[in-house]
Design a protein around this ligand. Sequence first.
Ligand code: PEP
Ligand code: MN
Length: 339
Amino acid sequence: MIVVMRPGAAPEQIQHVVDLVHEFGLKDHVIYGTDRTVIACLGDKRMVEKDAIENAPMVEKIVPILAPYKMASLEVKREKTTIAIGPEGFRIGDVKVGVIAGPCAVESREQLLETALAVKAAGGIGLRGGAFKPRTSPYAFQGMGREGLELLAEAREQTGLAIVTEVIGTEQVKLCADYADVLQIGARNMQHYPLLEAVGKVTTPVLLKRGMSASLDEFLLAAEYIINAGNPNVILCERGIRTFETYVRNTLPLAVIPALRERTHLPIVIDPSHGTGRAQMVPAMSLAAVAAGADGVILECHPNPERAASDGAQSITPQSFSDLMGRLRPVAQAVDRDL
Ligand code: PEP
Ligand code: MN
């Protein structure tokens, strides 16, 4: 439930409500709006004496939160969340659309730096690259590990790009957080709850990918795990879902953008690379994602896709990335954004 305070409630009056909330065994989440303050109360509400809270000074009303997720919900926070990422402080969720690109996996210094410089030159704000890869086959390339993280840090040093890298196990959260600006939780791990809680305990922003068969409620409840553990900086990423269709690797449902906007204040990023599995389809779906209101796009880009250690078929070249950026800008502007 949410306790809505009257405009002008004093800090002591807000604190008094927070104390009552704790007294009833609930956790508080105070949101200071421009007009009024609201206090979301989280936990088991069976023991709560609602009247005691409702009658407290300057309380206007108590309203239930209908969605199963709470802090991720628009019911608790109406203004869009913007999250600062990277050394240059780009805010994802704000007017500017953020484009993040880079290889599926970090493979070598040359590969990474060449890509990073091209991404920066074309106007990207982030560099993606997996150092720990969640591969379907145990025999496939598993990533460079710590060495990959070192290379990502070097690329950030040279370009100022925000580093986005995947963390696949709880034991790597600290290590990855030491290097990355954004921790990616992959589709396969969207319901790895101990991992969600572990990234919830650091302050590094999290890019949470939707599981390939997860409903939107499940997706938002996964975000709720991270926020509930203490990290409000969650960026949602749609990367395509499994359907009966075989002409694409995954089916990219761009309707999640307006659907999520009706439910959550969190920023939304689209991944047309995993969303299609085919490089030729990536530009069109990137344009469509921005037209549909995405706050960002994350793309796989490789200097030599044919030779990529993973996901070469869906990786675009630096040249086509640069061409795409030129086409994305007018689309962003047409929907009152910028790039
Ligand atoms: C990736 O970003 O390379 C990746 C493994 O993504 P996903 O979790 O969406 O499959
Ligand atoms: Mn990939």
